[in-house]
Design a protein around this ligand. Sequence first.
Ligand SMILES: Nc1nc2c(ncn2[C@@H]2O[C@H](COP(=O)(O)OP(=O)(O)OP(=O)(O)O)[C@@H](O)[C@H]2O)c(=O)[nH]1
Ligand SMILES: [Mg+2]
Length: 362
Amino acid sequence: MGLFDKIKQAFKKELAIKEVKTEQLSSTEEVSVVKEDMSAENRSLREEKKTQEKYHKGLAKTRKTFGQKMNQLFASFRRVDEDFFEEVEETLIGADVGFYTSVRIAEALRQEVKLRNAKEKSVIQNILIEKMVDLYEVEGIDEQNVLNFQKNSLTVVLFVGVNGVGKTTTIGKLANQLNSEGKKVILAAADTFRAGAIQQLVVWGERSGVEVVTGVEGADPASVVFDGIKRSVSEHADVLLVDTAGRLQNKENLMRELAKIKRVITREIPDAPHEVLLVLDATTGQNAMQQAKQFQETTDVTGLVLTKLDGTAKGGIILAIRNELHLPVKLVGLGEGIEDLQVFQSEEFVIGLFKELLQKED
Ligand SMILES: Nc1nc2c(ncn2[C@@H]2O[C@H](COP(=O)(O)OP(=O)(O)OP(=O)(O)O)[C@@H](O)[C@H]2O)c(=O)[nH]1
Ligand SMILES: [Mg+2]
């Protein structure tokens, strides 16, 4: 079943639930059945539900904005003409879907509307959603969005990204998660440039109960990474997470330093780093796209971490990321707390985003 079919199914289910709810509101019998259901629910199901709720909550702003923009677009809908397709493009660009991706979606809509000779507002809105979902799905085929953990040896994960995007916070959250799964985790504080950066990682280490390898402020970051690898190997750690600086004297220095860190890692462990994760702040929208393109030119990025999705209405950027960057999103940050990091669930994400926008067709 395609992704759009799944969304339609979820939409239909929700419609049915809504109808049933209004009919049965006064029945006390129903209430007790619901209560019994709740107590029978086991822990893992509850956990799963918690995750879904976190996603739902974290994406609330994006969903609302997407919904509002779509409503505005269709509120002024008169007929399918060139003006309408232009408005579609503008709406998508305004929802941070990105210029090229917006043009592509509008073009796909234009063709499908013509093919089906669609005129009804509700039908056209559904086709638009279908086209967005299709593009999302097609661009994500073969995407490897789970972290590449080694089974019986050390996994090294390097975190890169400009200052303030959330590298250190993400490492802290991930360390906590992995540690609670029983993995032995070590952190390397290779941001020796910014005052306070080492201490910040040490605090995260304490919070999540993992060891942090540090050097003095101003020390060569590559030497800290070297120490981190040595310690990880001698202590049989499962995962080494490497924090890096977001800002140096200039961009060239930053890229050179990252390259050096990477060389040192590969010299010690030939198939490492196993992941180079570029951290992007979703609230910066198209700026994040620019950063990604720059990092991609100089570093072999293997995946993305999209942070601060909870604080932004710009979640539509995922469509642009898929279409223009071809990098899998592996983790998403949905808040500042230690628990607010999720493995990216691609389907959950689109279903959550688009389900409520579907229209009942007559
Ligand atoms: N709301 C929200 N805030 C976040 C999230 N991730 C990180 N932050 C906040 O973003 C700010 C910057 O995070 P850091 O982890 O220090 O960013 P960094 O990339 O390490 O920055 P530099 O060390 O300066 O390069 C902090 O105030 C974090 O609490 C998230 O998913 N949601
Ligand atoms: Mg940092």
